[in-house]
Structures are given as structure tokens and as C-alpha cells.
Design a protein around this ligand. Structure first.
Ligand SMILES: Nc1nc2c(c(=O)[nH]1)N[C@H]1C(S)=C(S)[C@@H](COP(=O)(O)O)O[C@H]1N2
Ligand SMILES: [Mo]
Length: 310
């Protein structure tokens, strides 16, 4: 993995350097933009209207817009952390529909511009990647439960399967040599999916979601490793059986499994999970069980051996 200069240079110097780079590219006009260099190089999305503060939200220092949009995992656009920022502008996000189907009485196809009319809350959550880095992200979104209740799940709906968009012409990582199979698939148990912490995010920092973060809508499950939080969702399926997921199938079972709850006591073959590095900080901090959300979610797993069900 490459180390970005943002991780090793003091923040002010790093921002100054970007400001100079932006000046070179865009001329002095860049300085007049609100937000300076950042505005010059990251296209800002439409402002979301009527976003209300929601709970729970951490009051930890938020990762910057720059960090949240330039240090990403979105393998459809490549494997380097800055590949999504460089390539995701090609993602076509309109028209966009999300199909919700399977074990429900009222399956439907929902247009993203309709979903954007649902009441939107800001939730500031920690995001913990299995690669042992973390951020604090002010998501704007609505509970996944709000969408699921529209389709009236039947009693046979025990799991929820999620599928990301595939746009081969727009996604340089799709079909690339050695790439994981797409579409990117994830899943949750029904009680996890309808838990009040589980969000469908449509924005960050009060703006519609940047493409590299999974526009126009992505899942956010803050007590699980980041790979569960599937981006750019086009299909949600309610089902009786546990769905196959990209990472539980990949690597001959050496990756984390279906549950993937953040757990400092269970290491990944490539990464110890005891500690993590908050992007922008130098010293690593201890990782918290369930990423610090144990009070809210530990009860979902009572009776399960969490060393076995990772
Ligand atoms: N479709 C899709 N969703 C995805 C991924 C991906 O490669 N493709 N990467 C996952 C991983 S490993 C992480 S850590 C988070 C990163 O989200 P962020 O880039 O917005 O921080 O997205 C997750 N969702
Ligand atoms: Mo990740």
C-alpha cells in the first residue's frame, strides 16, 4: 500500500501544497472559490435540503471532506486509495432506480429522486476498515428500515441481500486483471438491516454523496467492517436464506465472513485488528468492540460465539 503525503505531512503544509497545485492547474481564480483548493478539485454536489441532526452521532473530530473523498475503497474504480477520486466521475447516477424485491408483499422500483424526499438525518459515525484505518464521517441519510417497511416484508424475510451497480464502460476496475468479481454483493440479517443504526446514506457534509463514496446511495453499518457498507446500490432482495457475499466467497475463506463485526480480539490473516489509525493522525488507537457501538448492538449477537462468526 502506498502512503499518501496527507498521512505524513502536517495538515497545513499538505493543504498549502494542494492549494499551490490547484493554482497551477486552474489559475488565480481558484483562490476565489469558497473552500479554496478543495473546491477547485473536488466537484461539490447539490446541497441536501432539510437535513436534521440525528442520534446517535459521535462528537469526535470529523474527517475532512478532502479525506473522505480522496482515501477510498471502491474496487470498481481501481485498487489504489486515490483511484476512486480519479475515476468515479464517470459513474452515471441518473437515471437511477433501486429495485426492492423478494419476500415482501409490495415489491417495487424506487427512483432515487423520490427516495431523496424521505426525511434525511445527519449521523456522524465512525467507519472502520478491515485494513485497520478509520474515519469519522458525517453521513446524511435515512434508516434502511424506512425503505424496507414500504415493501412490507413477509415473515419469511430473514436476510437482506444488496447489489452494487456495474457499469463496465465507466468502471476501469470491472474486468481488470486480478479483480474481484462484480457486482459487489453484501448482505445483512433482517434484525441488523432494520436496526436503527443502519443507514442508507445519500450525502456527506450536507451535500449529495460524492461518486467515490458510493453515489447516489450506499449502505452504512457502523459496527461492522467497512466492506459490509456496499456502495451505489441498485438492488435489495429480501430472502429466507443467507445470501452469498463478495468477501465471504473470495480468497478461499481467508477473508472475513458474513457477520464481520468490528472485533479487536479477532485478527484478519493480513491485519491485526487490535489497533487502528485514524486517517490524519499519527499514533494508532485501540479498536473498540463493535466499533464503539456495543451498547446498541451487542444484544443482536447474544448466544453467538463471536470468534467463530466473523
Ligand atoms: N460497491 C462497492 N462497495 C464498497 C466497496 C467496493 O469496493 N465496492 N468497498 C468497501 C470497503 S472495503 C470500504 S472500507 C468502504 C469504504 O467506504 P469509503 O470509501 O466511502 O470510505 O466501502 C465499502 N463498499
Ligand atoms: Mo474496507
Amino acid at each position: 500500500m502506498r502512503i499518501r503525503s496527507s498521512q505524513i505531512t502536517p495538515k497545513a503544509l499538505y493543504l498549502r501544497r494542494r492549494e499551490l497545485l490547484a493554482l497551477g492547474a486552474a489559475g488565480a481564480g481558484a483562490l476565489l472559490l469558497p473552500g479554496g483548493a478543495r473546491a477547485a478539485e473536488t466537484p461539490h454536489g447539490r446541497k441536501l435540503e432539510g437535513v436534521k441532526p440525528g442520534q446517535p452521532s459521535t462528537d469526535e473530530k470529523k474527517s475532512s471532506f478532502e479525506e473522505i473523498t480522496h482515501y477510498n475503497n471502491f474496487y470498481e474504480f481501481g485498487t489504489d486509495k486515490d483511484d476512486p477520486a480519479r475515476h468515479a466521475s464517470k459513474l452515471q447516477t441518473r437515471p437511477w432506480t433501486v429495485k426492492v424485491e423478494g419476500e415482501c408483499r409490495k415489491p417495487g422500483t424506487f427512483d432515487i429522486d423520490e427516495l431523496l424526499k424521505l426525511p434525511i438525518e445527519e449521523r456522524v459515525y465512525r467507519l472502520r476498515c478491515v485494513e485497520a484505518w478509520s474515519m469519522v464521517i458525517p453521513w446524511d441519510g435515512f434508516p434502511l428500515a424506512a425503505l424496507l417497511e414500504k415493501v412490507e416484508p413477509t415473515s419469511r424475510a430473514k436476510y437482506v441481500a444488496f447489489e452494487s451497480a456495474v457499469q463496465p464502460k465507466n468502471m476501469p476496475g470491472v474486468g481488470a486483471f486480478g479483480a474481484i468479481p462484480f457486482p459487489y454483493l453484501e448482505g445483512l440479517r433482517m434484525d441488523e438491516a432494520t436496526h436503527p443504526l443502519t443507514l442508507l446514506a445519500v450525502g456527506i457534509y450536507g451535500e449529495e454523496l460524492p461518486k467515490q463514496d458510493g453515489a447516489p446511495l450506499r449502505l452504512v453499518v457502523p459496527w461492522k467492517y467497512g466492506f459490509k457498507s456496499v456502495k451505489s446500490i441498485v438492488r435489495i432482495r429480501l430472502q429466507e436464506t443467507q445470501p452469498p457475499t463478495t468477501w465471504s466467497q473470495y480468497g478461499g475463506g481467508t477473508e472475513y465472513g458474513f457477520y464481520a463485526n468490528v472485533n479487536p480480539e479477532v485478527d484478519h490473516p493480513r491485519w491485526s485488528q487490535a489497533k487502528e489509525r485514524r486517517i490524519g493522525e499519527v499514533f494508532r488507537r485501540p479498536t473498540l468492540k463493535f466499533n464503539g457501538y456495543a451498547d446498541q448492538v451487542a444484544k443482536l449477537y447474544s448466544g453467538m460465539d463471536l470468534r467463530k462468526f466473523f
